[in-house]
Ligand binder design. Structure first.
Ligand code: ATP
Ligand code: MG
Length: 570
């Protein structure tokens, strides 16, 4: 491809509304163009990277035994009513009406359509398992679309779905999909970790997210540097709650006057005790009334864990307006002794401890020596807190680390949630009708391309991993001399014939402009042809990653560059 025939319009200025580096660089390098919030055009260069990643994904999915199909973006509401998600999905679901006023959605995901497809096609155990995938455009009306392709509203996803007669069969496919994901991200040169993820209300099933480690990541990833434990912060646990202190003798319960101590830190300062020795109270509103959660004073509550424990649909911090009437105590002084809350949970780290210091349900008052079971009903214990860096690993006890990560892929054992709701059944060997057991496997195409840039760039631009670079090599002519243009175009033609993805920068531009653009777009390899070196029978070549220039005879450079590309394709 010749630059002058192509469509590249690089920007010198950083776009004002770009938040993260991948977005800035993709916009500046003429890879994407914003059309509306979270909605982008993939310009020719961006589309090339996307298509290359899609090809890798296809190869690995096919290799793992998944079969490609393509489902519609627009789906009838009826299917979503069958699954129950028409009610539950909320505002991320874009609902549309056709000319007959019939309801449709623009698919944010395809469990409904695939379940109907398999339900209609398969009825015997002999036809299972099946594993189907597509690479397709989704729409999710995200609350805060941002970060370019990382959190768009319209985006491309690879989504696969598998159907099984047994849990063992699902386990096998789940592992095959995990292995395929590892190969895909490895081939793209991405530094990634698979971590355990929360399964929400579906419960009982396993789920893993693939995280690319990067500062700009929206997720927090907990990992152990000693063993292979890794989990999303929503799911991560630690051993820390196991080390309950020796049981102390119970003392008498007594109020403590604690004027003006609204926060746990105030109370700690006032009583001259570390907050770890005090008990903090959170109150949430749920569809089944208020729920009180007691934690060690130095820990943070995890809304996801609390919500899962309760199996609640709705969980929100109880607002100021209703607080006192619903709990029986003012904000800042609320506690379990004499509370109006009928549901009281306590973090496992409090189990076995005696003589709690808790809110006294009266202004400027706390209570010391409060004992569960004696002074208030014994709470339900569980893991309700977020892991902190330095907490002991649940597997090996070593200190956990917390890093930022970008979720690029998600594999999930769905179980029978959709097959039961949508009556997707098979007949087993004994003639019995059973719901199919399902798995689903998502991978964000645009998000993965963007995260490659997050991980690999410098002050001048992108440094592409070869397998997803829009072009593998750029040939740059410096100057207008006939011999220069002839040599550059000869190298370009030869690279093309060798099957290399090459762009010929044949523009009539100053060398500085051409080199700046080449660095910005980030072609992994560059060959530059200039009059001076050509007079010595040489051309220059360099890698984008270190930009160290090397000179050589054209034929030798050509052979070397072809070799380097082939080596780096992975
Ligand atoms: P997130 O928690 O980031 O919103 P999710 O859990 O909603 O992600 P899934 O429903 O599991 O995501 O979708 C599978 C994959 O699709 C994700 O791992 C991610 O790579 C990609 N993806 C999801 N939402 C978006 C989005 N808004 N923009 C770009 N890619 C997305
Ligand atoms: Mg989401």
């Amino acid at each position: 491809m010749r630059w002058t025939q192509y469509f590249i319009n690089t920007l010198r200025e950083v776009p004002a509304d770009a938040d993260v580096i991948s977005q800035k660089l993709m916009m500046r390098a003429s890879m994407i163009r914003k059309v509306a919030a979270g909605i982008y055009t993939y310009l020719p260069l961006g589309l090339r990277s996307i298509k290359k990643l899609e090809a890798i994904v296809r190869e690995e999915m096919n290799r793992a035994g998944s079969v490609e199909l393509s489902m519609p973006a627009i789906q009838p509401a009826e299917l979503w009513i069958q699954s129950g998600r028409w009610q539950k999905y909320g505002k991320e679901l874009l609902r549309i009406k056709d000319r007959h006023e019939r309801d449709f959605v623009f698919g944010p995901t395809h469990e409904e359509v695939i379940t109907e497809t398999v339900r209609d096609a398969i009825n015997s155990y002999r036809q299972l398992p099946v594993n189907l995938y597509q690479i397709q455009t989704k729409f999710r009306d995200e609350v805060r679309p941002r970060f370019g392709l990382m959190r768009g509203r319209e985006f491309i996803m690879k989504d696969a779905y598998s159907f099984h007669t047994t849990r063992e069969s699902l386990d096998e496919t789940y592992q095959a999909m995990r292995d395929a994901y590892t190969r895909i991200f490895h081939r793209c040169g991405l530094d990634h970790v698979p971590v355990e993820a929360d399964t929400g209300n579906i419960g009982g099933s396993a789920s893993h997210e693939f995280m690319v480690l990067a500062q700009s990541g929206e997720d927090a990833v907990v990992s152990c540097p000693s063993c292979r434990y890794g989990a999303n912060i929503e799911k991560a646990t630690s051993k820390f709650f196991d080390d309950a202190p020796e049981p102390a003798p119970m003392i008498e319960m007594a109020p403590i006057h604690t004027p003006g101590t609204k926060t746990i830190d105030d109370v700690g300062r006032f009583l001259k005790r570390p907050t770890s020795e005090l008990v903090k109270t959170l109150v949430f509103e749920t569809e089944n009334g208020p729920v009180m959660v007691l934690l060690r004073g130095d820990r943070e509550g995890s809304e996801v864990k609390i919500k899962n424990h309760l199996g609640a649909q709705m969980l929100e911090m109880l607002g100021d307006a209703k607080f006192e009437s619903m709990t029986g105590g003012p904000i800042g002084y609320c506690g379990p002794v004499g509370t109006k809350c009928t549901k009281v949970l306590a973090d496992a780290s409090l189990k076995g401890r005696a003589n709690w210091v808790v809110g006294g349900n009266k202004r400027d008052t706390h209570i010391g020596g409060a004992n569960p079971g004696r002074d208030f009903p014994a709470p339900e214990y569980g893991d309700f807190t977020t892991v902190f860096a330095g907490d002991p690993c649940p597997r090996c006890g070593n200190n956990l680390e917390i890093h930022r990560g970008i979720e690029v892929g998600h594999v999930f054992k769905l179980g029978t949630k959709y097959s039961e709701a949508m009556n997707c059944v098979f007949i087993d060997e004994k003639g019995e009708r059973l719901p199919m057991i399902m798995g689903c496997y998502g991978l964000g195409i645009g998000r993965t391309v963007a995260s490659a840039i997050e991980q690999s760039h410098d002050a001048d631009g992108i440094i592409w991993p070869m397998p997803i670079a829009p072009f593998e090599v750029v040939v740059t002519s410096i100057g207008r001399e006939e011999s220069v243009v002839a040599m550059a175009s000869d190298l370009y033609e030869k690279l093309k014939s060798a099957g290399i993805d090459v762009l010929f920068d044949d523009r009539d531009e100053r060398p500085g402009v051409k080199f700046k653009d080449a660095d910005l777009i980030g072609f992994p390899l560059r060959i530059a042809v200039g009059a001076k070196s050509l007079a010595q029978g040489q051309v220059e070549w360099s890698f984008r990653k270190d930009r160290a220039k090397q000179l050589g005879e054209p034929a030798a450079v050509l052979a070397r560059v072809v070799d380097e590309v082939r080596k780096a394709r992975g």
